[in-house]
Ligand binder design. Structure first.
Ligand code: RIB
Length: 298
């Protein structure tokens, strides 16, 4: 469950400083939004995914519906909001592979508890429910309360959520800055610091911290597992890598993998997602992830 956006992606030699104008080198429009991205990531890896979300009754709404349907995402839970504009994001990506993203919620902001309750049967029956935070608090709380299976919350973009929500979360996925925000502490510089900070969080049964080139850390029942980063020759575009990680982790959990194996699988999928431009266009299939494993015939 989550946001659906149209991303305007602009390539720039370097990200502009405040007040600065930078000449871009390319621009394009793509389907994005953390909810849609995570759904597509899991579908590419072979899962059946229903997306609960909202689009506007504008041209973008129709276009993203077509694109997500063509990917094989079940859109019964994707409502159309009269008079609303589909969510929009401006994504700037520089030549070193850094990005910055601005999101306008649009119809995502209209996703209310009633719309989530309309998908109650699916939420109760799904082995895994994945939620992020580009949708209103009510929608998040309702989905988490209705979910009958494993609840994965990607705390992105970071904002505080109620203890009632956090205590229902089985797996919390955060990056370095999201973890720092939630803990109310400075950003961890090392994986050891990240693990210590995650250990101090109360609520979720397990916490996964994604650390980019430093890999990922899993903290579950006080046990810390460090998962090394998968080497990447050149980061072309990190947009959607976190979404690929989350979608792939959900995919592995549905297949019955242990949490540790799910984090390893997610790291492998995300490492591929950064090697090509775009969020969804760079997401790998299951065969692609398996073929990239050391020792696989190429
Ligand atoms: O995580 C990447 C996504 O964040 C983009 O697709 C953009 O739409 C924002 O939701």
């Amino acid at each position: 469950m989550g946001s659906v956006n149209v991303d305007t992606v602009i390539r720039v030699p370097r990200l502009p400083a405040p007040g600065e104008t930078v000449l871009g080198t390319a621009a394009g429009e793509h389907v994005g939004g953390k909810g849609a991205n995570q759904a597509v990531a899991a579908v590419r890896l072979g899962r059946r995914v229903g997306l609960v979300g909202a689009v506007g009754d504008d041209l973008h709404g129709a276009a993203v519906r077509d694109a997500l349907g063509a990917e094989g995402v079940d859109l019964v839970g994707l409502s159309e909001r009269a008079g609303a504009r589909t969510g929009a994001a401006v994504v700037q990506v520089d030549d070193s592979g850094e990005n910055c993203i601005t999101v306008v919620a649009g119809a995502n902001g209209d996703l209310d508890a009633a719309a989530v309750r309309a998908a109650a049967d699916d939420l109760q029956g799904a082995p895994v429910t994945v939620v992020q935070l580009e949708i209103p608090d009510d929608a998040v709380a309702t989905a988490v309360a209705l979910a009958g299976g494993t609840v994965v919350l990607n705390l992105s973009p970071a904002r505080l959520v109620g203890d009632d929500v956090l205590s229902r979360v089985d797996v919390l996925i955060v990056n370095r800055s999201e973890l720092a925000f939630l803990a109310g502490e400075p950003e961890p510089e090392t994986s050891v610091q990240a693990a210590q900070m995650a250990t101090r969080l109360s609520g979720p049964a397990a916490v996964v911290v994604t650390l980019g080139a430093d890999g990922a850390v899993l903290v579950c029942a006080g046990v810390v597992t460090e998962v090394p980063a998968v080497p990447v020759e050149r980061v072309v575009d990190p947009t959607g890598a976190g979404d690929t990680f989350t979608g792939a982790l959900a995919d592995a959990l549905v297949r019955g993998a242990s949490l540790e194996d799910a984090v390893r699988w997610a790291a492998e999928a995300a490492a591929i997602a950064v090697t090509a431009a775009g969020a969804q266009s760079a997401m790998p299939t299951r065969d692609r992830v398996l073929a990239a494993r050391p020792g696989s015939p190429s």
